[in-house]
Ligand binder design. Sequence first.
Ligand code: SF4
Ligand code: SF4
Length: 188
Amino acid sequence: MPQDLSLDTVEELAHARVQDCYQCGKCSAGCPIVERMDNLPNQLLRLLQLGRIERAAASAAIWECVSCMTCTTRCPKAVDCAGLLDALRQLSIEHGFASPAQRRTILFQRAFLDNIRRNGRLAELELVRQFKMQGFLDDLSVPQLFKDALLGPQLLRRRKLHLRPRRVKDRKLVGRIFARCQANGEKP
Ligand code: SF4
Ligand code: SF4
């Protein structure tokens, strides 16, 4: 059952207070992908302050955010802007606002988290395989399936891709972290 589309829910999920924002715009000034956003980070904060939660959660901008945390670290009022966008993404999924084009981002995030849950750190090849297979079952065409294959050798040369997954020793601990997040109402 979806959570309430209310400011209380957004603030609870993000552990942040929207009213602390005084609209200085520093978050938007530092955001690296602001040109792709239909609503700038501070404008999303304004929508929340005005109680227009549905409009903020349906904004395409929340799916452009790459969670770099620049906005959060720059905020003079310590408002966790990145966390608020995270909360909006969660509500957007629950309430079915995500468009088909955004579904692939959701698939990637799920595959990424599943990978971390199992390995404790990223196993790149496993992630690519899982993401591509899920995407293929969803709507990826065969050319899209192999689109990034030529990047593989370069990534291997630069040691950005590891053939063998490097797992952490205490994976039970990672499992407990995920379980605690779920208990706190966060959707991994
Ligand atoms: S930097 Fe902080 S206070 Fe300034 S607009 Fe962004 S969220 Fe609001
Ligand atoms: S976390 Fe998202 S909104 Fe914040 S600066 Fe990075 S990309 Fe922009």
